[in-house]
Design a protein around this ligand. Structure first.
Ligand SMILES: *Cc1c(COP(=O)(O)O)cnc(C)c1O
Length: 490
């Protein structure tokens, strides 16, 4: 590819002034139609700038990525695939989709890329149906389209499962860090398949490949799903593929969370899912730092089935978002992005070490990806209390279950932290040590409120004013050191 893929152009101050004034004009235009939307949009930038964002699934997309989403590409219907559309006049959407797919294939070394999915869930649904359609020749697929999903009764689902040959799905359990779309009941994936889940070793909290292989031999899934939302460790996808091959399963890897680390060549060899999996799904807005959306990568074998994502499970593609995916993927092919991805992992390590040094327990005892999962029970707190006390102190996180969580999925015992967003702002490992100090300070200064019955509350808490104001001041110092979109004012 051309040399423009190796560098992102540096923007000068006057560039930023003119970009700011362009956005001010656009927001002024919106203001004339619905001022509350212009105001909420401005306020969101102010809010995003004003706290330490440690939500592991969020990031800050670049201004070129954001700008690409706000165009008339949104106005075009383009159901179908490149060069084969069910609408006339799709030549520019064809260019957009082809360029995005080309970047995806070349960045990830994939044989085939499908860039239409509107979200990570859509990417997984596309992949599941594609695998079923490819593996099982069945008229049930056509019948499924005749009824709306909402109209299907439990008996209908049962019939459908039988038609598809009672297929089985094996994915990571929710409390070990798996995702709802990996076969859990609240999601359609849990209704489509007979599902079982694998957990982690009760001692080390790490994936136990031997136990997983034994489970796979016994359960014989059609699909083995690897990937996670809250597991703070790398996965050996070569081993996963061996297990899948041994039992004749399709290996599907959902890299929604860590696609940026794959793109940035932090995960290589056995840790890179693309050479090992039959099908890889992802979001584009998490560590990959693109627009909100999804993608499916696949081997040639699965390409024709994945290509049927629209109209099988997707509506018309979001052409403006596919365009922004192309821009984000072009950015992800630069040397700067590789440095970014390496720093995401270094920052997570520094955050974990800083927390451990200050006596905070971490699930698996640390991290080697972008996620740190704190276990806050030693502070006498639930995840919900810790999340709320941190939010009061300028630190945005989310509570998360830990393996065998005694507090369940609502109150939880864990708080998940992630470094992609702060790394986009320019945070370094020494800044992450300062963040660890803030977190440990706030948790130490937080106590559960006692209920009328004398029991500690799972939701209410008290945080000392002193700890809160110290943390807020430190957050302000760090945020000013690393401004978001510096020089950009709306
Ligand atoms: C975030 C996530 C998804 C879902 O992505 P959406 O874009 O929110 O639909 C799917 N799988 C995994 C592993 C995720 O982390």
């Amino acid at each position: 590819m051309g040399c423009h893929h190796t560098r992102t152009p540096r923007r000068t101050v006057s560039d930023l002034e003119s970009i700011s004034s362009a956005y001010q004009t656009l927001l002024g235009m919106i203001e004339q139609v619905e001022p509350r939307i212009a105001q909420a949009t401005r306020q969101e930038l102010a809010d995003q700038r004003a706290s330490l964002k440690l939500i592991a699934s969020e990031n800050y997309a670049s201004l070129p990525v954001l700008a690409t989403m706000g165009t008339w590409l949104s106005d075009k219907y383009a159901e179908g695939t490149v060069g084969h559309r069910f609408y006339a006049g799709c030549q520019n959407v064809d260019t957009v989709e082809a360029v995005a797919a080309e970047h995806a294939r070349e960045l990830f070394g994939a044989e085939y890329a499908y860039v239409q999915p509107h979200s990570g869930i859509d990417a997984n649904l596309t992949a599941y149906w594609a695998i079923l359609a490819h593996k099982i020749e069945s008229p049930a697929l056509a019948e499924f389209g005749a009824k709306g999903v909402a109209e299907l009764s439990e008996a209908d689902w049962e019939t459908l499962r039988h038609r598809f040959g009672d297929q089985r799905l094996l994915g990571m359990s929710l409390d070990a860090g798996g995702h709802l779309t990996h076969g859990f009941r609240p999601n359609v994936s849990g209704k489509m398949f007979h599902q079982r889940s694998y957990g982690t070793d009760p001692e080390t909290q790490l994936l136990d490949y031997d136990a997983l292989a034994a489970q796979a031999r016994e359960f014989k899934p059609l699909i083995l799903v690897a990937g996670y939302s809250a597991y703070p460790r790398r996965v050996n996808f070569a081993k996963m593929r061996e297990i899948a091959d041994e039992v004749g399963a399709v290996l599907m890897v959902d890299m929604a969370h860590f696609a940026g680390l794959v793109a940035g060549k932090v995960f290589t060899g056995d840790e890179d899912p693309v050479p090992h999996a039959h099908v890889v799904t992802t979001t584009t807005h998490k560590s990959l730092r693109g627009p909100r959306g999804g993608m499916v990568l696949a081997t040639e074998e699965f390409a024709p089935s994945v290509d049927r994502g629209c109209p099988l499970v997707l509506g018309g593609p979001l052409s403006h978002v596919m365009a922004a995916k192309a821009v984000a993927l072009a950015e992800a092919r630069t040397a700067e992005f590789r440095t970014y991805a390496a720093t995401v992992a270094d920052n997570a390590k520094a955050l974990a070490e800083g927390l451990l040094r200050r006596g905070v327990s971490l699930v698996t005892g640390g991290t080697d990806n972008h996620i740190v999962l704190m276990d806050v029970r030693s502070f006498g707190l639930t995840g919900r209390q810790a999340e709320a006390a941190l939010l009061d102190s300028g630190i945005v996180t989310n509570r998360n279950a830990v393996p065998n969580d005694p507090n369940g999925a609502w109150y939880t015992t864990g708080v998940r932290l992630g470094t992609p967003a702060l790394t986009s702002r320019g945070f370094t490992p020494s800044d992450m040590d300062a963040v660890a100090d803030m977190i440990a300070g706030v948790l130490t200064a937080t106590t559960p409120t006692t209920t009328a019955a004398g029991q500690p509350s799972k939701a209410k808490y008290e945080l000392t004013d002193d700890a809160r104001s110290r943390s807020l001041a430190e957050a302000e110092r760090l945020l000013n050191l690393h401004p978001l979109y510096p020089g950009f004012e709306v």
